[in-house]
Ligand binder design. Sequence first.
Ligand SMILES: [Zn+2]
Length: 503
Amino acid sequence: MSLRLFNTLTRAVEPFAPLAPPKVTLYTCGPTVWNYAHIGNFRTFVFEDVLRRWLEFSGFDVAHVMNITDVDDRTINAANAGGVTLPEHTARYLQAFREDCSYLRLEPASRYPRATEHVAAMIALVERLLARGVAYKGDDGSVYFAIARFPAYGRLSRIDTREIKVGARVSSDEYAKEDARDFVLWKGVKPEDEQAGAAWDAPFGRGRPGWHLECSAMSQQYLGETIDLHAGGVDLIFPHHEDEIAQSEAATGRPFVRTWLHGEFLLVEGTKMSKRYGNFLTLRDLREEGKDPAALRFLFAGTQYRRQLNFTDAALEAAHAGTQRLAELRARLAAPGAAGGGAPLAPLGQRLVAEFTEAMDDDLDTPRALAALMEYARAANAALDAGGLGAEDAGAALDTFDRVAGVLQVVGTSRVLSVGTGVATPRTLGAASAPAPLGPPAPGEAPDAWAAAVAEARRAARMAKDWPRADLARRLLAEQGYEIRDNPDGTATLLRKRPPTAT
Ligand SMILES: [Zn+2]
């Protein structure tokens, strides 16, 4: 069996067959850099990253383009509200997006074309559509796409085309299916566009591109007229992707995309994320809380991309514990002390690759793939407990583990620690010079958070060869029911031996 994917266009799981293997062309709709991207956006970007890594694991050579929307209704409104120009406003959020991507271990795309740097290609596309008679100039100075002239309109989102009102127009970038009508390709200039520095001259009048037009033009420029895969969130099916198809296919007369993939929504604590409910969460928030990005990726992998995912703090903590178990196994496999006379790991590794592959090939069934990885961790730990490995076998085992876990990027990074069933963030990580006095938990202090901080203080003390302080930390932990074990790579594992005493 090889890779099968659910194609939104046909609503069926189909064998994946790129046009010119081993090459695969992949276009993913990137961020609109008007504000910080939220974790729902990043759930989609992680799904696309896992797709890309799985294709590469499977031997494909992926050309991946992710656009940056740096001109649209929202970016212009935000720039004007902040009293800055469009480039000044978007530069800040583009930089934030880059930092978020590297924090979340997203493999960089082959290209990140920016809309404002491709306006000439967009103007050329509008001219082509005007010449073909599928676009027309409205009396408001904008250019519209006539959906009645494109019979395939509505095929992706399956709207009822009998309901379409001929000649009715919509000029905003975002609108609902009930408002399916002629959509804007090029927006005639308005004073607020000039104010933000977001207007360009074109043969059909000064103005700016519509959001949908941007992706059609950039996709064609870098990946050609027909591409293998196009991915995004389900909220993009209508109107964004429907309109991309109309523009591209009406201009070229060829199929635009062979397989459409869409990732489902992310809920926070059971409700749709919104500023109003106070559950609007950016990736930046998690980063500032010191969360391990591997934990977020582990949490995401626990739900297949076509299902809604419910993000909760408890789920993130459970995911963190999982990433630490994987980090501990990796440290054991990498340790020189792994050599010994135990059972070989090769059969376990072969089973891992087979099960992981079967799950990922089944429309990216990441929950099943993750389960195979955790089962491998359990079995490999048991083999190591039973006497270690030959040095050569440990090297091969580490290589297999890294290759497979690398697809999901779920191995924990933080220096310390899994704490029994719970998880704590080491508060003193990277703390400066004068060490704080060590003592039992303060009244009301969460025991696991306290223990993590003390364990981190112990690690710092050992590095500074302050043995009395390191001993004191170990003693304090033992008094509260925690045991600390040193790993060969300098990290430490913290275990809770009994329920914490209330303070
Ligand atoms: Zn797009």
